[in-house]
Structures are given as structure tokens and as C-alpha cells.
Design a protein. Structure first.
Length: 254
């Protein structure tokens, strides 16, 4: 995606994660560590690998089978907490693992009911230490259109710069023409911004385009400037910024 900073960590990079990491299933603490490793299984963000010594071993179920990957041989484990079972969600790495990963367990993110960095819940995946998300107030002129219909106009946007993504333009609700927006039941989560408060589809020229706009009512502390504001997918609408029509970027949201 030209014109924006790129993710720079190479695949299989291993780095220390100095934050306290905890995860829970059915109210039970499965792990509590300050010795986790970041491991980039793909370029854009890492996963946590947890030292076995910091895992509640009594909750592990050894499934007596192994799995091979570039990072070594892993013995598959499930989790059982009372009546709650999460099969094949943990991979315990052994002697042939990459340096620093011997006797660590990589748990599937979705297998846990909640992950925490220190005392803040983290969603979707660990936060990438090489990524930034900055919300900056601006006086740029922004107009949002779709099929010739003007959806919003503002001279006081908040610009969100997030590594690996196009700039997002968050607009005051008074700058949005809600006659064209249809409330949606969709919700999403982001490790940097938190959980969305709501989504909207857009009705333009007789067609309803699903889930083109969203808002975070209670974003993470670092991104409070976007609270309650509305953003649209650059990939799916037309943005005119200071009189210049921007090309629609190609991302996984396209």
C-alpha cells in the first residue's frame, strides 16, 4: 500500500515481551507471566509464546500428538476448566524450537475468554510493539461521498494514523448526514482502539452498502480523541481532502 508506513518485522522474529500478560477461561487464570515472547508468525503482528512455568499446568490436557512448523515441533494440548473444554488450543514447543522458544506454549487467542496486558484487556491479537496508532486533531477539509451522494463534510476532523493502514478520518456526528446511514448490528474489536460502539450501512442511489461507517464510544485511553466520532472506510467511499480526491487504497478491508 504505497504512501503509508509498512510493517517491518520479519516472519519468525522472536523478542521479549516485558508486559505482564494474563489470560482467563471460565473465570480461571490460565497464565500469568512477565516473561512472554513476541513471535511474528506473519509480518503484521505477533503472537504471545508463554513460558510453561507461568501456565496453570493442572488445566492442560496433553493430547498425545505433535505438530510441525517452521518454529519447531509442538506437542498439542487442550484446556479443561470444570465443564469448559478448549481442545487443541495450545502448542508446547520442545528441544528443536527456535532459540528462546523451548518450553513455551502458544495458545490460540480465541480459546481464552480474555487476555490482559497489565490490567487492560486486549482484543484480537497482541499489540505490535513496532506499530503506532496516533489520533491528531486537524483543520483539513474532508468530504465523504458515495455514488455522488455527500455523506459528511468537516473542517475539524481527527486523523488516525495507524501503522500499515491508510489514514482514517474521524468526523463529528454533526458533520455526518445520518439520513443516508442505516444502523447495523455489527461490532468489531481492535487491539489498539478497543471495541466499536456501533456500525452503519450507507444508503446511496437506492443501494444499501453494508457496514461502511463506525464509531468507538469508549476507545482505549491513548485514542480518546476519536471517542464518539464517525469514520468511513477509505477503501469503499470517496474521500476529498483539501479539495483533492484520494485514490481508494487496497487493503484487506477492500
Amino acid at each position: 500500500m504505497p504512501g503509508y508506513p509498512k510493517a517491518i518485522a520479519e516472519v519468525d522474529r522472536v523478542e521479549p515481551a516485558p508486559r505482564r500478560i494474563r489470560a482467563f477461561v471460565a473465570g480461571e487464570q490460565v497464565l500469568d507471566t512477565t516473561g512472554a515472547r513476541y513471535v511474528w508468525e506473519w509480518q503484521f503482528y505477533p503472537q504471545y509464546y508463554i513460558p510453561v512455568a507461568d501456565v496453570a499446568r493442572a488445566l492442560l490436557v496433553d493430547e498425545q500428538r505433535t505438530e510441525q512448523s517452521r518454529r519447531g515441533t509442538a506437542r498439542l494440548h487442550g484446556l479443561r476448566v470444570g465443564d469448559t473444554s478448549r481442545p487443541s488450543c495450545g502448542r508446547w514447543y520442545g528441544d528443536d524450537a527456535l532459540p528462546g522458544l523451548r518450553d513455551t506454549i502458544r495458545f490460540d487467542w480465541a480459546a481464552m475468554d480474555g487476555w490482559f496486558e497489565e490490567d487492560e484487556e486486549v482484543f484480537v491479537h497482541p499489540r505490535n510493539p513496532y506499530a503506532r496508532a496516533d489520533a491528531l486533531r486537524s483543520t483539513r477539509t474532508v468530504r465523504v461521498e458515495l455514488d455522488g451522494t455527500v455523506l459528511a463534510e468537516s473542517t475539524s476532523p481527527v486523523l488516525l494514523f495507524e501503522t500499515g493502514l491508510p489514514t482514517r478520518y474521524y468526523l463529528n456526528r454533526t458533520s455526518v448526514d445520518f439520513r443516508h446511514l442505516v444502523p447495523s448490528a455489527t461490532t468489531t474489536s481492535c487491539p489498539y482502539k478497543g471495541r466499536t460502539g456501533r456500525y452503519w450501512s450507507v444508503r446511496a442511489d437506492g443501494t444499501v452498502h453494508p457496514d461502511l461507517a463506525w464509531s468507538y464510544d469508549f476507545p482505549t485511553g491513548a485514542l480518546l480523541p476519536i471517542a464518539g466520532l464517525v469514520a468511513f472506510y477509505n477503501e469503499k467511499v470517496d474521500l476529498i481532502v483539501d479539495g483533492e480526491r484520494l485514490a481508494r487504497p487496497k487493503t484487506h478491508f477492500s
